[in-house]
Ligand binder design. Structure first.
Ligand SMILES: Cc1cc2nc3c(=O)[nH]c(=O)nc-3n(C[C@H](O)[C@H](O)[C@H](O)COP(=O)(O)OP(=O)(O)OC[C@H]3O[C@@H](n4cnc5c(N)ncnc54)[C@H](O)[C@@H]3O)c2cc1C
Length: 338
């Protein structure tokens, strides 16, 4: 195996057992602008930076009079209305509404929040009814989801949409799903499915049913694993933390069992349901068709919102994943900006 540290020289590492848990990366968009003008929603640093950006925009927007300059500062766009997109968008709207209380110069009408979704519905992980409820909920809060709408371009922070909409936005948040980790398909010769995910057996060994790869294991978002809890033939587990955490634990247990000549177990996990938070105090929960609207968030109710901004390097993860997914395009861009 070749290791390439952030600082220092590349090195070779010999191994007896390889465990691949590299996760997924933010999906790249083959349209003008995104690599330079957008931010992902995969890493904590990215989420913190988006929150910081809103806080800075509030500070800056308090000075100019109501009008285009102020509106531009308080316009943001989320592209993709799956779980991360909807949760992130609603949380930011909730934060902005809370901050208005300490900014008498600004009103709710100064906010311009856009959630763009290519499909005709949001939250594909839940059934139609709760998805439609969330759409109505956002509409009531003045931040409607634009369904059946695609981002066409984000050059220079200018959003162009397939329904004719255009506006300047900062940030433009990319929440339209993940792609398989390029390190797995570009830099290993392990067996993959057609999407580029590692083929993993239920006992967490890499390989197909008939051909396990000796001494290589994998788990989590970089892997596709038979879903033994599903009644559907051929079903594979979905990439989420419910599976990743359990697969990781089982992988370690099976590894030890294997080394000690004991029996290994298969990964089998029935979903515990899905939860989407919708800002402070609200959310939906669905388990086997049962839907609940939650209103709990005790800690924040007691202590109030944390309105302190933080400092970090938010775009590193996205730039690295762009570079590995589209090496040619990234090199050309770097060359043109050098
Ligand atoms: C915004 C958001 C909200 C989510 N909310 C939920 C939720 O509510 N419930 C839920 O079940 N799931 C949720 N998920 C999904 C969940 O986070 C993932 O399914 C889970 O983290 C996958 O775990 P993993 O270990 O496979 O990958 P990751 O958690 O992505 O970990 C992979 C690690 O490998 C590192 N890595 C990558 N490439 C290399 C390399 N070449 N060399 C060394 N290290 C590398 C990465 O930096 C990362 O630290 C959410 C995801 C996102 C983005």
């Amino acid at each position: 195996m070749t290791g390439r540290p952030a600082r220092g020289d590349t090195y070779e590492l010999r191994y007896d057992i390889l465990v691949v848990t590299a996760g997924a990366v933010t999906r790249s968009f083959p349209i003008p602008g995104p690599a330079q003008q957008t931010i992902g929603l995969k890493h904590v640093e990215e989420a913190v930076a988006i929150r910081d950006r809103l806080m800075t925009a509030f500070d800056q927007a308090a000075s100019p009079p109501p009008g285009p300059e102020r509106r531009k500062l308080l316009t943001l766009a989320f592209v993709g209305a799956g779980f991360p997109g909807v949760e992130g968008f609603r949380e930011l709207l909730s934060l902005a509404t809370a901050m208005l209380r300490s900014c008498p110069e600004l009103t709710i009408d100064d906010l311009s929040f856009h959630l763009v979704e290519a499909r005709g519905r949001i939250l594909p992980e839940v059934s139609d009814k709760p998805g439609a409820w969330v759409v109505r909920h956002l509409e009531r809060r003045g931040a409607p989801a634009r369904l059946n709408t695609r981002l066409l371009s984000a050059e220079d922070g200018h959003v162009v949409l397939s329904d004719g909409g255009e506006y300047d936005a900062t940030p433009i948040v990319r929440a339209a799903g993940n792609a398989p980790n390029p390190v797995v398909h570009h830099h290993t010769d392990l067996p993959l499915d057609e999407r580029g995910l590692l083929l993993v057996r239920p006992e967490m060994r890499v390989g197909t049913e008939s051909e396990p790869v000796p001494d290589v294991r994998a788990a989590g978002d970089d892997a596709t694993i038979p879903d033994l809890a599903s009644p559907l033939p051929g079903a594979r587990t979905v990439p989420n933390a419910q599976h990743a955490v359990r697969q990781g634990r089982l992988l370690a247990t099976n590894l030890v069992a294997d080394l000690r000549g004991r029996r290994v177990r298969n990964h089998r996990h029935g979903s515990l349901g899905v939860v989407a938070t919708l800002g402070l105090g609200r959310g939906i929960f669905q388990y086997k068709g049962i839907v609940r609207v939650l209103a709990v968030w005790l800690t924040a109710a007691l202590t109030g919102r944390d309105l302190v901004s933080l400092v970090q390097h938010p775009r590193d993860a996205l730039v690295t994943s762009e570079r590995t997914q589209n090496p040619g395009a990234a090199r050309a861009k770097e060359g043109s900006t050098a």
